[in-house]
Design a protein around this ligand. Structure first.
Ligand code: FE2
Length: 385
């Protein structure tokens, strides 16, 4: 599989000797701007199994917006909605619908992170800002990335509170069971025509990431449509941001459909890791999460051969995977199991991926064709193919 560009050398080797000017400890939180945060929180709790974690709103003295923080293992999502028509958050929602505004990164030094990135050309979203309460202090700063999406750097080493100053612990009587989601594996951004390399350069020059996998439109295409993708990773490999750009095909690329409906570049999907995808997907399906249609019969017939080609043996029962519509891909290092939801809002924009890695470090290139054909079936129904 020609998807692998540098991976055989390992990221560690790529970074050997290079000084990481932006050490990232992990994803801190993902903040969505939504039209109705209270109802969105109910959806993420009920359907995805997120737990009530922290809250701010009128009751806590937050007069401009309400935010619900939900947690599942290492994943924290924040759902924010404006409380009046004057808040600039309204403009974001009018233009994009519900969507990801902030991909927050956990750092040791938010001031230095802002200085190093703005010095290298990043547009500032938020100057280093100290926030304090009785539990300590947090420094946050932020820069713009593609579209109106931003990265906020969060320095919380001197903070003992539940989430951030201004938030209170959110206790609820309604606590659906988690579904086994563990952490963010990767987050994908869709950018405009001919802009992929501009954003690859941004992540390289401004954030010190490396491009460790690339897929061109010859690899990612179906009979009808195509896209290009490059995977960016930070120095320790904890943060991975693939970037997609539409490509010309006979019909409209799914990336172009996203750009039309999101009205610009933005976060396309959030891939969350589980260590038991069969259990996780069974629970999600039972709770009403809608996934893309099952790959065809021939797809599952080819799976044993694809695994055998790399000398891997599937630990899971293939009939169970097939029954749930879970896809399988393999590379030299192992295999992975993955499945994609339908968009989680009415505009065909953001969706989720559930992924279980069994050694493989790729992104399921062997599944792209089956996946995109499933997306095209949805586009067909929407009249946007
Ligand atoms: Fe993905």
């Amino acid at each position: 599989m020609s998807e692998v560009k540098n991976v055989e050398y390992g990221l560690e080797k790529i970074f050997e000797g290079a000084k990481d000017f932006l050490p990232l400890l992990g994803t801190d939180y993902i903040e969505f701007y939504v039209g109705n945060a209270k109802q969105a929180a109910y959806y993420y709790k009920s359907a995805f199994g997120f737990q009530s974690f922290a809250y701010k709103g009128l009751e806590t003295g937050s007069k401009e917006c309400a935010s619900y923080v939900l947690k599942q293992d290492k994943i924290r999502i924040v759902l924010t909605t404006p409380l009046n028509s004057k808040s600039p958050i309204n403009n974001h929602i009018v233009k994009h619908g519900d969507g990801v505004k902030v991909i927050a990164l956990w750092v040791d030094d938010a001031t230095k992170s802002w200085e190093e990135t703005t010095k290298r050309g990043a547009k500032s979203f938020m100057k280093p800002t100290l926030e304090t309460d009785e539990h300590g202090e947090v420094v946050r700063s932020g820069i713009y990335t593609y579209g109106e999406t931003v990265h906020v750097f969060v320095e919380r080493k001197n903070y003992k509170g539940v989430f951030l100053p201004g938030y209170t612990k959110w206790e609820s009587d309604y606590n659906p069971e988690p579904t086994g989601l563990k952490f963010i594996d990767h987050m994908v951004g869709n950018v405009g025509w001919n802009e992929m390399n501009k954003w690859v350069k941004f992540y390289e020059d401004v954030m010190g990431f490396v491009n460790f996998l690339s897929f061109d439109d010859k690899q990612i295409n179906t009979e009808y449509s195509a896209l290009m993708s490059k995977v960016m990773s930070n120095g320790n490999g904890r943060i991975k941001f693939p970037i997609n750009e539409p490509a010309e095909g006979k019909k409209k690329s799914q990336i172009e459909e996203y750009l039309d409906f999101y009205e610009g570049p933005g976060a396309q999907h959030i891939a969350v890791a589980t260590d038991d995808i069969i259990s996780t997907v069974s629970k999600l399906r039972a709770r009403g999460i809608e996934f893309l249609s099952h790959p065809p019969e021939e797809y599952y017939k080819a799976v044993p051969l694809r695994l055998a080609a790399h000398n891997h043996k599937l630990k899971e029962d293939i009939e169970t995977l097939k029954g749930l519509g879970i896809m399988i891909d393999a590379d030299e290092e192992g295999y992975l199991l993955q499945i994609f939801t339908k968009p989680v809002e009415d505009r065909p924009t953001l969706f989720f991926e559930i992924i279980q890695r069994m050694g493989a470090r790729g992104f399921g290139a062997g599944n792209f064709k089956a996946l995109f054909e499933a997306i095209e079936r949805e586009q067909e129904k929407r009249g946007t193919l």
